[in-house]
Design a protein around this ligand. Structure first.
Ligand code: C2O
Ligand code: CU
Length: 546
């Protein structure tokens, strides 16, 4: 066993030097894309006189400090907001957190947000999960500099859901999110309100992130080549900006709104006493009916709406939400060579996320509804291209993680990436032939060829949370290469495929088919890996909706 491990390592080094050579001789468009120049410099968008907002707020991005660990405060970048006009609950601070305030919107509201960049670097904000016009979607071409203000105006057309706001400047998204720039948006609508789900103090956001600190309690962000390839991982789990969070709850039902705000870490969430997770919804809002899951996979950018009833639990009793062990989301060999990725908290190991303590006995509690919502679904026959899915191809190589074989470049739209507006598209997310999927199920699997025969892509194969801007999509099918079934069995019961999604975790060897509408708005809409290190490395493309 130790011999084969040693052999794998030697092969890895051999492959690595081949990779470096290959990189040196790559075509010029790869090098040209590096700085991503060529984006237009646009004057920041201004308010339009004929837009009458129901909610208007100022959103500031600032360098500041926040209490995170015991002792010294931590230098962070933070969103803060000031409500100018609209219902008071539109903005709620999370106490003493570096996270931005929760922005609560109602379907149908017209919203105007003045984004003030008070950082000493460029930024722009994206409303992850909201379906808004391209010019207010936070495309990196709209970055603003220090001291500038960009005005967003849009109508909330989404159904009730949890969305995210976070920066999207080219090649700096991960760094800004890591330093604190992120917040939750909660959209409510009448259908949801009629369900009487737990609200107010009984509805709790759970934003999960991992961070690495130095001895002075300052954030360390130094992905380097290794972190860019495999993701950067902290050794502390923070929930809502705090380590070892303990929620105090009453013995009744709660609604927990999860958001994975980590740059790369994927969680396999489960209650430590074996209670199944009762799922109410995912990225795009409520499911049709609640689903019970032994555990739920939550990748960066994904959201999860959970019902948890603490009724009948004794006052003083505790419950822990953990991340359970799984495999296959990181390259087996890369991790072996690079050592203990995760800086003491390996991603696929078993660790606590937060705990809950029952501190009060109450006698009544809302009951779990049996039906939640109606999802208007499309059939493959409703799509514009039932026999020719739009490909989203993942390719993994040494020092490059690509989509459709190309790194991000502005206006580098390929034929496949042009989408006629007002169409419904069948799309297929898969791994480039012979890469990641390790043989594409056609008898070229690693079992026959052995380690020495693996291509670079197979070695680098890892899980990628693929996010598409614009409207939410349906997952129509998932299939796994037979060589990957073992790893897949450690995660697949944690996927929720029945809800509307904007981010889907694609495992090595997995092919996912989705149906996505492209209605209402023309323009550039990004799709990218929400492993933010990958995104910043160029694992991002644009669809031109025209
Ligand atoms: Cu949450 Cu384009 O990102
Ligand atoms: Cu990725």
């Amino acid at each position: 066993m130790s011999i084969s491990k040693f052999q794998s390592r030697r092969n890895f080094i051999k492959q690595t030097s081949i990779g470096l050579l290959a990189f040196a001789s790559m075509p010029s468009w790869i090098n040209a894309a590096e700085g991503m120049h060529g984006m237009p410099i646009l004057p920041p968008r201004k308010a339009s006189a004929n837009f009458k907002p129901d909610v208007e707020l100022e959103l500031f991005c600032q360098n500041t400090e926040a209490p995170v660990l015991a002792g010294k405060t931590t230098r962070v970048q933070k969103y803060s907001a000031k409500l100018l006009h609209g219902p008071e609950q539109s903005v709620t601070e999370i106490p003493s957190s570096y996270l931005g305030p929760v922005i609560r919107l109602q379907k149908g509201q017209k919203v105007r947000i003045h984004l003030h960049n008070q950082l000493d670097e460029d930024t722009i904000t994206h409303w992850h999960g909201l379906h808004v016009p391209a010019e207010v979607d936070g495309h990196p071409m709209y970055v603003i500099g220090q001291g500038q203000t960009f005005v967003y105006e849009f109508e909330v057309v989404n159904r009730a859901c949890m969305a995210i706001y976070h920066p999207h400047p080219h090649e700096a998204t991960a760094k800004q999110v890591y330093h604190g720039l992120a917040g939750a948006i909660i959209v409510n609508d009448e259908i949801e309100a009629a369900l009487g789900l737990p609200s107010g103090e009984f509805e709790i956001p759970i934003v999960i992130q991992d961070r690495l600190f130095d001895l002075q309690n300052q954030l360390i962000y130094s992905p380097g080549m290794h972190g860019n390839m495999f993701g950067f991982y902290g050794n502390r789990i923070l929930v809502n900006g705090h380590p070892e969070l303990q929620l105090e709850v009453a013995s009744r039902a709660y609604r927990l709104r999860f958001l994975n705000g980590s740059t790369a870490r994927i969680y396999k969430l489960a209650w430590d006493d074996g209670t199944p997770i009762t799922v109410l919804g995912v990225d795009g809002g409520l499911l049709e009916q609640p689903e019970q899951k032994p555990y739920v996979m939550l990748a960066p950018g994904e959201r999860l709406d959970v019902w948890m009833d603490f009724s009948g639990r004794a006052v003083g009793s505790e419950l822990v939400m953990r991340s359970l062990p799984f495999s296959g989301a990181l390259p087996h060999m890369g991790m072996g060579m690079m050592g203990n990725n995760g800086y003491g908290l390996p991603m696929q190991s078993d660790y606590a996320i937060f705990s809950v303590k029952i501190n009060k006995k109450v006698s009544d509690s809302p009951k779990l509804p049996t039906a939640l919502s109606k999802i208007s679904r499309y059939e493959i026959s409703d799509t514009h291209n039932p026999n020719k899915p739009v490909p989203i191809t993942i390719s993994e190589g040494h020092m490059s993680m690509l989509l459709n074989g190309r790194p991000y470049a502005y206006k580098d739209i390929q034929a496949n990436e042009r989408i006629p507006v007002h169409t419904i598209q069948l799309m297929e997310i898969s791994h480039e032939h012979g890469m990641g999927g390790m043989g594409n199920g056609g008898g070229m699997g690693m079992g026959r060829m052995g380690m020495g025969g693996m291509g670079m892509g197979g070695m680098m194969a890892m899980a990628h949370p693929i996010h598409l801007h614009g409207q939410q999509f349906q997952i129509v099918s998932r299939s796994i290469d037979s060589s990957r079934e073992g790893d897949y069995a450690t995660v697949n019961q944690g996927f929720i495929n029945s809800g509307l999604k904007d981010t889907v975790l694609v495992m090595p060897g997995e092919t996912v088919r989705i149906i996505k509408p492209f209605q209402d708005y023309k323009g550039l809409f990004m799709f990218h890996c929400h492993n933010l290190e990958h995104e910043d490395m160029g694992m991002m493309r644009d669809f031109l909706v025209e």
